[in-house]
Design a binder for this molecule. Structure first.
Ligand SMILES: [Zn+2]
Length: 343
């Protein structure tokens, strides 16, 4: 696709800010594509909770989550109610049950982690919000019903089971809930957090991820006219030399552990692949880049920041027979899955 970047000078400053702020925001920002299924007709109200065998003290039914809503109010939901809404928003309900269970535990752990690190300045009176650039995605049952149409009952129950079957279970490192980041799809491997955000986190290491061509839009192309590329890039890096032929702009690529771009020199200036991802709105930093006299072409694989659990990878593992615990201990290194206890 050819995209035109609108008011370049005006957005450049925002983009510059984004380059520095995004790593913080993205920690915890899920990048799933969300449910792709749509349906024309709302159906009856959805089963968002089911009785659990383990639902005693400390389980999802006994944990309240304060959620900052888009209208400015704060809703108080049980963990079970909240997780239903997150899983419904974050992962296609058509995914394998074990992948949905892994997603439920990841979402629970992320929420417990947010609660454990204290008030978020963006919403000091709530534990989490519904803004995906801050916390996790959120889909109200009535919206889910409208989106899923005839499948609403089936998928609503499937998600409720994913939550209740993992009641109270969290991903723990040294006994504490981890910062359970996740994303949509990887290009063969996940990335170590140090490669993306610069900080080493022992449980966020690079591991293999089995998804591939079955992922929708696994390969995407972004084409930027050379003049536009020059303007946008020079606004960020005025010291770059983009006076020569575009064919020679990109040199000395250094790869990440998944074969993506760690750094690449653009007009003699080394930049992070993640910075180019932000600047040109690429679906991931796993790309190759080519330029000719007219355009710069990014060929991108996968979607998301690449750290933690891959959602499509979880689904591929589930299809191959892995259970949710195996999926989670694969994607998060050195962790233990167990009931979370407040300290
Ligand atoms: Zn938030």
């Amino acid at each position: 696709m050819i995209r035109t970047l609108r008011p370049v000078a005006a957005t450049a400053l925002l983009l510059l800010l984004a380059v520095f702020l995004l790593p913080m925001l993205l920690l915890g920002r899920p990048e799933g594509e969300g449910p792709e299924e749509t349906g024309p007709l709302p159906t009856a109200s959805l089963p968002i909770q089911r009785p659990t065998a383990q639902g005693g003290a400390g389980g999802d039914g006994a944990t309240l989550v304060r959620v900052a809503m888009p209208d400015g109010t704060t809703a108080s939901l049980t963990m079970a109610e909240y997780l239903w809404r997150v899983v419904a928003a974050e992962m296609p309900a058509s995914f394998e049950p074990e992948a949905l269970r892994a997603q439920a535990v990841t979402a629970r752990t992320y929420t417990l982690y947010q609660m454990s690190i204290g008030p978020n300045p963006s919403h000091p009176d709530a534990d989490v919000c519904t803004n995906i650039s801050c916390c996790q995605a959120y889909l109200a049952p009535e919206e889910a019903a409208a989106r899923w149409g005839a499948e609403a009952q089936t998928w609503g129950e499937k998600i409720a089971r994913a939550v209740s079957d993992t009641d109270g279970q969290a991903i723990l490192y040294e006994g504490k809930p981890i910062d359970a980041v996740f994303f949509s799809s990887a290009a063969g491997r996940t990335l170590d957090s140090v490669e993306v955000w610069g900080g080493s986190v022992p449980y966020l290491a690079s591991v293999e991820s089995p998804e591939g061509e079955e992922v929708p839009n696994y390969h995407t192309t972004v084409t930027v006219p050379v003049e536009e590329f020059r303007t946008v890039f020079l606004t960020q890096h005025p010291e770059a030399d983009l006076s020569g032929a575009p064919e020679g702009w990109f040199r000395n690529r250094v790869s990440t552990s998944s074969g993506g771009v760690d750094t690449v020199e653009v007009g003699g200036v080394a930049v992070k692949g993640t910075a180019l991802r932000t600047l040109f709105d690429l679906r991931s930093a796993n790309f190759s880049v080519a330029a000719d006299g007219e355009k710069v072409t990014f060929s991108v694989t996968g979607y998301g920041h690449g750290v933690g659990m891959s959602q499509y990878g979880a689904n591929a593992m589930a299809r191959a027979g892995s259970g949710w615990r195996e999926i989670l201990t694969h994607y998060y290194t050195g962790v233990v899955i167990g009931p979370w206890k407040k300290t």
